[in-house]
Write a protein that binds this ligand. Structure first.
Ligand SMILES: [Zn+2]
Ligand SMILES: [Zn+2]
Length: 366
């Protein structure tokens, strides 16, 4: 099968012919329809997040089940499925507490070593050498996924665009539902409205937010945000976002600010636009070692909560995400704005790196 292999940091990926992967017990082989183009992969490509090479990146996929490993129930060959990037082991300390988003094996074995939970990869070259997998290694024609992260797609949802349910939509849901615990009537601001930010806007609308303020530096992204539910937009290159948010909210600040970029200045900005007793939820990933500067007295005196949010709780949240998305909570057609082929994988990530992609791009592998 063909896969986009990253052999070296800061070098283009190369399309290689790998051995056909085989699922083991408890796993599913998916013929990938498409894989979303996400910043987290880009962090690995640029060496900002450490990961072994050679590897296959790509961590949000949709596709059709090709083969089912022993002991897998409820999933059949031919099912249209979507796979979120957090593939919980199902048995560690955190999985047992329902915190799939903190799965110890996922982080220790997959995210640090590129392996599945028997301690090996499923990707091999013809010479038998190993190629590591970032989540399921979605930038390929076939992916092996633990059955804990394989979900049937509702019939009315488009197969290709549904890939984004596995990271952008999933991560946004976790931030809005689990970490912000957003209530109807609360006001929201979203700093950076890329793939994840746009979905935070759509979930905030679904959860009944009163004001949804989108903040970004690009007018095309802000226009898209408005179409998907933002009630106010601020171009932070032209207007001071803190002053403008205060003006919109009668000088109180928002109940919840989401940061979806992972930069020190935008994290500080998120804290500074939250009202007394509000929450700043940070979703953006930064290169390792990067810190933000937060004004301590403002945080303490105003009772602000600063919360980190990583993905969502796969097994508990995916069924709800799919149900709500199929009823129209998420407009996949408007969220996914670019389609690339597997051969164009470097072009796609270069465009993402330049900040050009409005919403989400997907790589079609079928
Ligand atoms: Zn992602
Ligand atoms: Zn676990």
């Amino acid at each position: 099968m063909r896969a986009a292999v990253l052999n070296e940091i800061n070098k283009p990926m190369i399309i290689e012919e790998l051995e056909r992967p085989r699922p083991k017990a408890g796993e599913v082989l998916v013929r990938v329809a498409s894989c979303g183009v996400c910043h987290t992969d880009l962090h690995v490509m640029k060496g900002e997040v450490k990961f072994p090479t050679p590897c296959v990146l790509g961590h949000e996929i949709s596709g059709v089940v090709e083969e089912v490993g022993a002991g897998v129930e409820g999933i059949q060959v031919g099912d249209r499925v979507v796979c979120p990037f957090i593939m919980p082991c199902g048995s560690c300390y955190y999985c047992m507490r329902g915190r799939d988003d903190l799965c110890e094996k996922f982080f220790a074995l997959n995210r640090l070593q590129g392996k599945l939970y028997d301690g090996d990869t499923r990707l091999f070259r013809k010479d038998g050498s190993r190629v590591w997998m970032y989540s399921m290694g979605g930038l390929a024609e076939l992916s092996v996924v633990p059955a804990t992260a394989v979900f049937k797609l509702p019939d009315n949802m488009p197969l290709h665009e549904a890939a984004t349910l596995g990271c952008a939509v999933f991560t946004a849901y976790g931030a809005v539902k689990n970490q912000a615990d957003l209530r109807a009537g609360e006001s929201v601001a979203v700093v950076a409205v890329g793939g994840v930010g746009l979905n935070i806007i759509q979930w905030a609308k679904t959860f009944g937010a009163s004001e949804i303020i989108a903040i970004d530096v690009r007018d095309d992204k802000l226009a898209n945000a408005r179409e998907l539910g933002a009630t106010h937009v601020i171009n932070s290159r032209e207007t001071n976002p803190v002053d403008e948010v205060m003006r919109i909210t009668d000088n109180r600040g928002v109940d919840v600010a989401f940061e979806a970029l992972g930069r020190p200045e935008t994290v500080a900005q998120a804290v500074n636009i939250v009202g007394d007793g509000g929450k700043a939820v940070v979703v953006g990933i930064a290169p390792i070692g990067v810190s933000a500067s937060i004004e301590i007295t403002r945080l303490v005196r105003r009772g602000i909560k600063l919360i980190g949010s990583y993905g969502a709780r796969t097994r508990a949240d995916m069924p709800t995400i799919l149900k709500l998305a199929s009823k129209g909570a998420i407009d996949l057609a408007k969220s996914v704005t670019r389609h690339y082929k597997l051969e164009q994988v470097n072009e796609a990530y270069n465009a993402l790196n330049r900040g050009e992609i409005v919403g989400r791009a997907i790589i079609k592998t079928d």
